[in-house]
Design a protein around this ligand. Structure first.
Ligand code: 9Z3
Length: 322
């Protein structure tokens, strides 16, 4: 039987074959097709700059099919949420693939622990926003509603590594028709190891039988398949997170070459909110956040938007040469 070109063959194909099917798969496919059709033509000199898929938050690796325990990856979703806001501001349509419960665009400044502090009951038992929070709530509602009402933001949630990679595959193949106008900005923290669905315990693992020994398989390298098969003309930005600064840049450079990324953004756990290094085939660019009140993502997105428009223009030049 011929390999399915959307699954990449080999390990990736068996990953997708064994994964539990995505809930709402048909609805997601329909929403995606509509969104991409509505925005195809972006970046070709029209009003919009392009379409970007932003991934955000950490994937979980379930240890049981009826999951009680799971392994998680570090990520609050702050980077993905902030970056989505800056992409929308720059005129992009955004497909936001996010971990359920992680940070959301335009909600980053709302209180998390004391959500009810945002509201108070008025004299007629109507709900009001106290003056102290009014400005931040108004801005959040205005910006969020604008993005939704103008059809510029499509949100697709995931929890597990299975859901995440199936969504990435669907978005990758759906965005292929956008060619160079598509961008992938892969900030989600993706597990490198997982338990294959078919070898996973069905029920909660017994603790009475003593210590647990478990072998985790390697997650197939989907960046390579994204690049080679799902959306080969898109502009691809991936992230490399390390805790050891001595290996960070060489790992980022290796990822750039191995997966054919346009940019790998290197960041270190200890200071990832303050500084990132953009690694490209032309060298390295360090981006620092100017102050605690600013986001490092603002300048990062500015630079990426510039590079993406050069990537699009390269196509236009190639077409004119024909
Ligand atoms: C990152 O490195 C992100 O910048 C952070 C953002 C996860 C640090 P927060 O969500 O954190 O703002 O709290 N993401 C990519 C991590 C990753 O899994 N990269 C893979 C790798 O390093 C490649 S896809 O191998």
């Amino acid at each position: 039987m011929a390999a399915d070109p959307t699954t990449g063959g080999g390990e990736a194909e068996s990953f997708f074959r064994a994964a539990p099917p995505l809930r709402d798969q048909d609805r997601v496919a329909g929403d995606l097709a509509d969104f991409v059709a509505r925005h195809s033509g972006n970046g070709g000199g029209g009003r919009l700059a392009g379409v970007v898929c932003v991934t955000s938050g950490g994937t979980t690796v379930p240890l049981e099919q009826r999951c009680v325990r799971y392994i998680d990856n570090f990520s609050s979703g702050q980077r993905g949420a902030a970056s989505t806001e800056y992409f929308l501001k720059a005129g992009y349509a955004v497909i936001f693939i996010y971990r359920r419960g992680s940070k959301q665009p335009y909600c980053r400044f709302l209180p998390e622990d004391s959500f009810l502090d945002l509201f108070e009951l008025g004299e007629e038992s109507d709900i009001q926003v106290p003056e102290s929070h009014a400005a931040v709530v108004k801005t959040a509602i205005r910006n969020y509603r604008k993005a939704i009402d103008e059809g510029l933001l499509l949100k697709l949630p995931f929890t597990t590594i299975f859901e995440y990679l199936q969504l990435l595959q669907m978005v990758g193949t759906a965005m292929n028709c956008l060619g160079r106008q598509g961008m992938f900005y892969l900030a989600a923290a993706v597990s490198d190891f997982y338990v294959p669905w078919e070898s996973m315990a069905k029920h909660k693992i017994e603790s009475a039988s003593g210590p647990l020994n478990m072998q985790l398989n390697q997650v197939p390298k989907m960046l390579f398949i994204l690049r080679k098969q799902w959306a080969p003309s898109a502009f691809c930005v991936s992230f490399k997170l390390e805790t050891d600064p001595d290996i960070l840049l060489q790992k980022a450079e290796a990822a750039l070459r191995k997966y054919g990324m346009n940019v790998v953004v290197a960041n270190e756990l200890a200071n990832y909110k303050d500084v990132v290094v953009m690694v490209t085939s032309n060298g390295r660019t360090t981006v620092r956040r100017p102050s605690k009140e600013d986001d490092v993502e603002e300048q990062l997105i500015d630079l990426l938007v510039e590079m993406h428009s050069e990537h699009i223009m390269q196509l236009n030049q190639d077409v004119h040469k024909l």
